[in-house]
Ligand binder design. Sequence first.
Ligand SMILES: Nc1nc2c(ncn2[C@@H]2O[C@H](COP(=O)(O)OP(=O)(O)OP(=O)(O)O)[C@@H](O)[C@H]2O)c(=O)[nH]1
Length: 383
Amino acid sequence: MESPFTYILITLFFSSILLSIIFFMTWQTMGRQKYALMFSLSFLASTMLWANTIFKSVLFSHNLYWMIGCSISMLSVVLGTWGHCLRTQHPIPPWTLLSLGVLGIALTYYFTYINPFIGLQMSVYLYIDSIFLLVTSFVIIKHRKKSRPAKIGASIMHFVFALCLFTAASIALAQGRAMDIELIKLYSVVNFTALPTAYVGMSVFVIYMLASDLAEEMKQLAMTDLLTNCLNRRGFYIHAKQQMLELQKQGQHICLIYWDIDKFKAINDQYGHAGGDKVLIYISNMIKQNIKTDDLLGRMGGEEFVILIGRGSYDDAKSVAERLRTMINDTPIPFGEWHIKVTASFGVVELAEKDITVEQAIDLADNALYQAKSSGRNKVVFS
Ligand SMILES: Nc1nc2c(ncn2[C@@H]2O[C@H](COP(=O)(O)OP(=O)(O)OP(=O)(O)O)[C@@H](O)[C@H]2O)c(=O)[nH]1
């Protein structure tokens, strides 16, 4: 009859294989993101770690088994942390992670062969593993200002896993230079109860986090205009409602600007659809660069755009439209050997009343735009 620990190890071995396969498939199906491959390799390393522990007494001497286990464990956490840094575009350089991993292996080698010290031999690499997990926990939660539940969960699970490793390491260290059977028993209890739970919990939360990344990406895609990368009509309505409340709370003076490129059909006719597309992309980028990051720019369809802005006064807000009109008028757009001359007309409405809706504001601004068009184009009309 094998010890119950062996069955736990076998379960961990198979769980790690499955996790490695899941992340490999994620890598293949989610645009070959490097971080998913790193996670797959990290779990593959864990698989080898559990296999090494299962077969330890059969294959290797105790010290060799320990060195192999410590090296694979380091490899696994380095790859995992590296993956999380890639996912969050965190600037920690990979060589820092690798150096810390190599330091863990070197110290363990030193306390195993050169200056045998059982407490340090067993604990140093676990302490370093827990540093990696704490770094990962921090990197996940710091990624974006607003954390989603999946990220909070994944960050907490990495923290819990780090805490379990830290506890196991501290029990091992308490042995001192020689082995202490009672402490080894306690170490095994932590190793085989808290650690597997934290390990599986952490892995599941990472999968949940990647699924939630995908959901977020889909949501963004559904609200983005693919040609200009601005918000589309749906995205604009959703964001504008929240933004209006936010700007009202800040006591800002809000304006909605509805604008439309003049005689766009003629541009298409003269320069082809590609020329028209170039004009749409160029102008929307130019506008994005010349409004504040909090201002919302949306493409309502065709060559019609809308901007929601908040400023200290209505005069400031209204002057934005005139500034943008002049800029478009003064900036011929390079297209092949040509420079396309473009103008645009603007309708502007003040959102002075608190209970005005985005839809009503757009209707009013659209009326003003219509007047700008019918009175000669290339002008700004206030509602
Ligand atoms: N290149 C390109 N053209 C588009 C796109 N969407 C709509 N259009 C074209 O935009 C043109 C809009 O023409 P109209 O609505 O007549 O407006 P206009 O020619 O700008 O005239 P005014 O608005 O009155 O100044 C149509 O020819 C559409 O085919 C697009 O994504 N790319």
